[in-house]
Design a protein around this ligand. Structure first.
Ligand code: TAP
Length: 517
């Protein structure tokens, strides 16, 4: 990082070195809370992508990381986690300045949780990649083992909403399994990942080419990466539309692919839920990070018996949430990430009104002190029908749709009436009933009396249009490995014996039969 007029300037990280884009092109990023410049980044070209892929390919093929003993890989990943931890405050500040998430959240959640998750991936690396298999054929002296081997060069494309956490979820399991990676952060929010790359670079813990980072447009850098013959696997988090396109390109080239895409997660409040807990839970589910989370609980399903009181209490609480400077620790909600994102959310609020929903609170933030940022008030619509577009499409902003239901069976039908299936939550004092509802919902994660809590040891990913594959948990490591079965004949003579004792006599018999015909 160099400093230009007190703004950090970052290059591309390729083969263990920092360099400018081959075209010299750069991009200035602005703080979404107030429009001040935050950093300058490089805009990689197709030639830069080729350079990064060649470096990653070389590092993988020469075994500089893939052949390192798994326990040593674990030690190095954990050492990187320790170094990142020393920079927690700085990383949290960058995350807030660049993406607009509150400092309260970035310093207590995004960065520490990301570092904890990296430690978990270190722990996964420590597990032996060989698993002995039980004898499954006839009882002869052979051993069978299943090995997990790294896939190769992984292109990892991440979104703007949780830049540090998403970078860790991508590089952690890939490196743990012994792959070489090229990380492409979102153009809007690459700063914490770039700083992480600097910390990794200064540590000299990874051989050159094992970890590369490219900034630049998805339409150039991303497009070239996903079709590149030197790339073996693509891991993507972002919109369903781009995910669909990546899956199609990966399919044509038979590349491994994992996709973590959008959501429209239901929050199902059952009739006997504790109202105080569920009201707070619904607010947290919908409005954390101003609703810019793929797993956000954006459809609130309320029974007739609770609906009116629940909504009144929720609106009263939401109107007290403090919108403002995300660097201030008393702020509850920061701005949206960009003017374009704010415009898109504003359009959905207008659409909700056109579709006949009732706006109970929210909309544009009118305060003059917020005018230079992309602020939208937490917005609640009631009288929403699940068929409305605001109930079906991912808005990715602080907009909650409240949907009334009559029976629990109807609530389950509504919960599942979506093209998405990433997450859901169920709120009840009756844990047995909550479990039954959780099993009936078609989604990758269902929380009971909770929402958003991401456990590194549990798989995370979606059903239906919410994606393919899982991140986190042991499944994360599996997604970055090929499986190999090695069978060893311990007698070293079985093949000969089978030929002599089984196959050859059968052939002899059939020849004899033929001769006698
Ligand atoms: P996307 O357009 O999907 O971008 C995500 C990542 O993919 C970015 O790094 C982007 O690069 C890159 N990308 C874009 N086009 C690509 C292509 N043709 N080939 C390869 N990579 C490509 O998401 P967005 O524009 O950031 O947000 C749009 C909508 O996606 C949001 O409104 C929201 O609904 C949804 N979204 C979902 C999630 C999750 S976690 N599911 C996260 C963020 C956004 P650039 O940044 O350079 O364009």
């Amino acid at each position: 990082m160099t400093q230009t007029e007190s703004i950090p300037t970052f290059g591309l990280y390729i083969n263990g070195e920092w360099s400018a884009a081959s075209s010299g092109a750069t991009e200035t990023l602005y703080n979404p809370a107030n429009g001040t410049p935050v950093a300058v980044t490089a805009r990689a070209t197709v030639a830069d992508v080729d350079r990064a892929v060649a470096a990653a390919r070389h590092s993988f093929d020469n075994g500089s990381w893939s052949d390192v003993r798994h326990t040593e890989r674990a030690r190095i990943i954990e050492a990187i986690a320790d170094l990142l931890e020393e920079h927690t405050d700085e990383l949290a500040e960058l995350e807030t300045l660049n993406g607009g998430t509150t400092l309260r959240k970035s310093s207590w959640l995004d960065i520490p949780v990301g570092i904890e998750h990296l430690r978990y991936f270190g722990e996964l690396a420590r597990q032996h990649p060989m698993r002995p298999l039980p004898f499954i054929d006839f009882p002869m002296a052979s051993s069978n083992a299943m090995w997990r081997e790294p896939i190769g060069v992984c292109a990892q494309i991440i979104p703007w909403n949780y830049p540090f956490l998403m970078a860790i979820w991508k590089i952690g399991p890939a490196l743990a399994a012994g792959n070489s990676v090229i990380l492409k952060p979102a153009s809007l929010t690459p700063v914490s990942a770039l700083r992480m790359a600097e910390i990794i670079h200064e540590s000299k813990l990874l051989p050159p080419g094992v970890f590369n980072l490219l900034t630049g447009a998805g339409s150039t850098v991303g497009e070239h990466l996903i079709a590149h013959p030197g790339v073996d696997k693509i891991a993507f988090t972002g919109s369903t539309d781009v995910g669909r396109h990546i899956a199609a390109v990966a399919g044509r080239n038979l590349k491994r692919v994992t996709l973590e895409l959008g959501g429209k997660s239901p929050v199902v409040v059952l009739p006997n839920a504790d109202l105080d807990i569920a009201v707070d839970g619904a607010i947290w589910a919908a409005f954390m990070h101003s609703g810019q989370s793929c797993e956000a609980g954006t459809r609130l399903l309320l029974p007739d018996s609770l609906h009116d009181e629940f909504v009144d209490r929720m609106v009263a609480r939401v109107e007290q949430l403090v919108l403002g400077d995300p660097m201030d620790l008393t702020t509850d909600l920061g701005p949206l990430v960009s003017a374009a994102q704010k415009r898109a959310v504003d359009q959905y609020i207008l659409l909700g009104l056109e579709e006949g929903a009732t706006l109970r609170c929210g909309g544009n933030a009118e305060e003059p002190e917020l005018a230079s940022g992309h602020f939208v008030r937490p917005t609640i619509f009631t009288d929403v029908n699940n068929k409305m577009r605001i109930a079906q499409e991912e808005i990715f902003g602080p907009v909650l749709c409240v949907i009334r239901y009559h029976t629990v069976g109807e609530a389950i039908t509504i919960a599942n009436d979506t093209s998405y299936g990433l997450a859901a939550s169920v709120w009840s004092r009756d844990l047995n009933e909550a479990q039954e509802v959780a099993h009936a919902i078609r989604a990758g994660t269902v929380w009971i009396n909770d929402h958003h809590l991401i456990n590194a040891k549990a798989p995370f990913g979606g059903y239906k249009d919410s994606g393919i594959g899982r991140e986190l948990g042991p499944q994360a490591l599996e997604a970055y490995t090929e499986v190999k079965h090695i069978h060893t004949d311990l007698t070293q003579e079985r093949t000969r014996r089978i030929w002599v004792d089984v196959v050859a006599p059968q052939l002899d018999a059939s020849f004899t039969e033929m001769a006698e015909m």
